[in-house]
Write a protein that binds this ligand. Sequence first.
Ligand code: UT7
Length: 333
Amino acid sequence: MAKLRYAAILGWGMAVPQRVVTNDELAQQIDTSDEWIRTRTGINQRRIVGPGEYTSTLGADAARQALERAGLAPTDVDLVILATCTPDRPFPATACAIQASLGIPGAGAFDLNAACSGFVYGMHVATAMIRSGMHRTVLLVASDIFTHLLNWNDRNTCVLFGDGAGAVVLQATEQPLGLLASTIGAWGQGEDLMAAEAGGTRMPATPELMKQGRQHVMMNGREIFKHAVRGMSESSLQVLAEAGLTPDAVSLVVPHQANVRIIEATAKRLELPMERVFVNLDRYGNTSAASVPIALCEAVETGRLRDGDHVLLTAFGGGLTWASGVVRWGRPS
Ligand code: UT7
């Protein structure tokens, strides 16, 4: 009988724009305060793109780092998946621009849009591709310039987000490493709870709609908050049960970084102390699909993860979407 394949994480990388924007800077432009933003969200500052920085450039920078750490060449990659809801252009897929920028010859390349859940969705899809035997080495990138969707006069949304990218390289192995169990879910009835209305085929952008700001993201923060805590905690418990693990066996939770209160409420439902939860949204805000891989990358680089550890990834976003996965950390020996 063929041995079960796994998909180990061989390399990781991240990229954020140079420009730092503090809460105080935002408070000079809109009716908000550093105190409100810090106490209600946990965010102190965020990174925002400047000229020449966009989804594929940040994504390619993160991907280059991930390949380097994996010790692999562009020619080793046989599939590129980009999780994003803010592509370079409406058409074609931004994954193709990343493929070209890295010089990856011929590998399949496509975008995946699951908003803030995109990276964990991507882990699920990439791992399934590898486990099926159809692909051997997958470059999974998550890159979002979410500030592109913001109305800078809407204090309900503009203080929450930042830009960034993260990437991992996954490769087939027979050792039980990488994603051990995962789930993805969506509740499409909730799509209006967080959406940019205009600019697609349902409501093409016209000068009139643009003047009304209908191309910007609008959000019912309170409703999203409740769905996020439920979606992340329930799907986390589901994947832990599938992997035959109790929350206690989790060394580190790397959750989507939207609001520290959402993260604390989720940890409480999992009965895990905050010492076992990685938080970096104070420095980056909510970077959409990039938030989990940026956090994962910083967790590894600061020594919070060791070989053999179980890491729980969990995310929630527009759609509404959610996804969780439990990873056994380590490279094949
Ligand atoms: O990746 C998924 C993406 N989205 C999310 O994760 C968002 C989830 N939701 C949240 O994080 C929180 O709901 C928010 C941070 C968006 C809002 O926090 P909240 O504690 O739910 O506040 P609220 O919406 O209930 O608003 C409380 C008050 C309101 O004033 P009134 O009506 O009580 O007078 C708001 O107008 O806070 C006001 N407010 C602000 N005040 C200062 C809202 N935004 C701001 C702001 N600065 N930036």
